[in-house]
Structures are given as structure tokens and as C-alpha cells.
Design a binder for this molecule. Structure first.
Ligand code: KIV
Length: 288
């Protein structure tokens, strides 16, 4: 069941033109089914390495591999024809050198056919971003609270609280923008900082726990539909409670199986009614 492919996919360059204009709508997608559901409604889908925590129950994103990102990236691309699809580079796949980053990013791009990659880091990743961009790999950068550095940051905490920390995040954002990043995700920073970075760089900012002034917003889809109930960061708004709906559906199914209400005649092939006193089992030859 593949979608018609006569729509033109949104490119990162289209999003560049949206800076300071209509906000860019972004969500994560990890699977074909979610991708199919949200493709018409978002500008950008991120195959985020948060899938390690959300889908696989890991306690951080550090255990996610390039192979996992490729498998999920392919699945998301199968469900999408319109949105710009960006795939996250997992921890350890790009930090060592621009060359290692190019090898892994080019593999992700070639195997998934996504529109670009995202990687975490600021000033220290600028050289790599420039290397990738010059070789045809569009890059979305990610600054502020960078989950792959959760241990170095001492936990999932808001960043940029002191003047010094705030200046350093501004420097990060400026460095990755100058290196050629097509957009910058700003995560978990004090609000004035998100607004300031948005004013001070020329490429779109995508906020997650950053500021309403960012050029776009992103959240994890499972968070907004209530499918990842373990932990709800302050910046998440729930638009549906799918966890409750699923639990209720399973309870209803269980009750109907236990009382033989399910399956009903319409769910059966050649149903002749319940076997009992007034309805003895038919001779198999009668069915022919
Ligand atoms: O991995 C992820 O989902 C992200 C976010 C920006 C949502 O990086």
C-alpha cells in the first residue's frame, strides 16, 4: 500500500525560505504507520534517535546504532511522499572525524533516501558540518540540551541558565549556521536564549523546549499522543491519551474473548451458529 508519488517533497532549502515566516511544523516519526498518518500535516519528519528510548525502552539514546537508524529511516520514507525527512546520526557515528562522519552519513542518505541528517553539537562539530555540506550532505544541527551528551551534562536539564552558558550556546548556534547547517534544533534552553538565537542566525531554528519565537517547533509524536507515558518533559503538550485508549481497547477485547462475544458471525468464514443441543455439528460433507 504505497502512497501516490505525484507530490513534490519539501526540501530543506524550502524551509530556509520560511525563516521568520509561517512556523515550520515538525514531528518525529520512527515507523511507516506513523509516517503515513502525519506526512500530510507536517513540513519535516525527524527519524530521531529518541527511538532508542521511546520504542526500545533504552534509558538514553547512546545505544542506538547506524543500522537501527537506517532500518527506521527506510520505514519512514516508505510511508511519506511530502514531508522533508531527516534522519538522526546516532552517538559515535560522526564525532571522530569529518571522514568517519561522511562515511556514515552518506550511507544513511544512500540507503534511506532521506533529505538530510541531523547531528548534535556546536562549535566542535562545525568543521565536520562544513565537510559534509560541501560534499552534498544537508545537515540539521542540534544545540542546547543534546541528549547524546546526557552524562556530560549531568542529566536531561535545561541549559543556558548562566550568562556564560548562554553565550556558549549562542556561539554553538552561530558556528553551526556559519558552517552551512540548513536548520538548527534548539533543545531545552531558557526561553530568552531560544528567541535570541532565532534573531541572531540566518537559518531556521526548530525549538523543542526553547521558545515560541523559534522558526519552527518539534516534539516527539509518541509524547503528544500519550504513547510514551514513562516521562513527560515540561515542554511536552499532550494532544491525545492513546495509552488510555489502547488499554481500554485491550480490556474490551479480553472481555469479549472471555464471553465468546468475539469473534461474531461477521468475523468467521462459513459460520453455522454455535454448536449445542439444537445445533449439532454438521457433517463436513454438508459444507461442500
Ligand atoms: O531524537 C530526537 O527525537 C530529537 C528531537 C529533536 C526530538 O533529536
Amino acid at each position: 500500500m504505497s502512497k501516490a508519488t505525484n507530490t513534490k517533497r519539501i526540501a530543506l532549502t524550502d524551509l530556509l525560505a520560511r525563516k521568520g515566516q509561517e512556523p515550520i511544523v515538525c514531528l518525529t516519526a520512527y515507523t511507516t504507520s506513523i509516517s503515513r498518518l502525519i506526512d500530510d500535516h507536517v513540513d519535516l519528519m525527524l527519524v530521531g534517535d529518541s527511538l532508542g528510548m521511546v520504542l526500545y525502552g533504552m534509558d538514553s539514546t547512546l545505544g542506538v546504532t547506524v543500522d537501527m537508524m537506517i532500518a527506521h529511516g527506510k520505514g519512514v520514507m516508505r510511508g511519506s511522499t511530502k514531508a522533508c525527512v531527516i534522519v538522526d546520526m546516532p552517538f559515535g557515528s560522526y564525532e571522530e572525524s569529518p571522514q568517519v562522519a561522511f562515511r556514515n552519513c552518506s550511507r544513511v542518505m544512500a540507503e534511506t533516501r532521506c533529505s538530510g541528517v541531523k547531528l548534535e553539537g556546536g562549535v566542535e562539530m562545525a568543521e565536520t558540518i562544513s565537510f559534509l555540506v560541501k560534499r552534498g550532505i544537508p545537515v540539521v544541527a542540534h544545540v542546547g540540551l543534546t541528549p547524546q551528551s546526557v552524562h556530560a551534562l549531568g542529566g536531561f536539564k535545561a541549559q543556558g541558565k548562566s550568562d556564560e552558558a548562554a553565550e556558549s550556546i549562542v556561539e554553538d548556534a552561530k558556528a553551526v549556521a556559519a558552517a552551512g547547517a540548513s536548520a538548527v534544533v534548539i533543545e531545552g534552553v531558557v526561553e530568552p536564549l531560544g528567541a535570541r538565537i532565532t534573531r541572531e542566525i540566518d537559518v531556521p531554528t526548530i525549538g523543542i523546549g526553547a521558545s515560541p519565537q523559534c522558526d519552527g517547533q518539534i516534539l516527539v509524536t509518541e509524547d503528544i499522543i500519550g504513547l510514551f507515558a514513562e516521562f513527560k518533559p515540561k515542554f511536552v503538550k499532550r494532544y491525545a491519551q492513546m495509552d488510555e485508549m489502547i488499554t481500554q481497547a485491550v480490556r474490551d477485547y479480553k472481555a469479549e474473548v472471555q464471553t465468546r462475544v468475539f469473534p461474531a458471525p461477521e468475523h468467521c468464514f462459513g459460520y453455522k451458529g454455535p454448536v449445542g443441543h439444537n445445533n449439532p455439528p454438521k457433517d463436513a460433507s454438508e459444507d461442500k
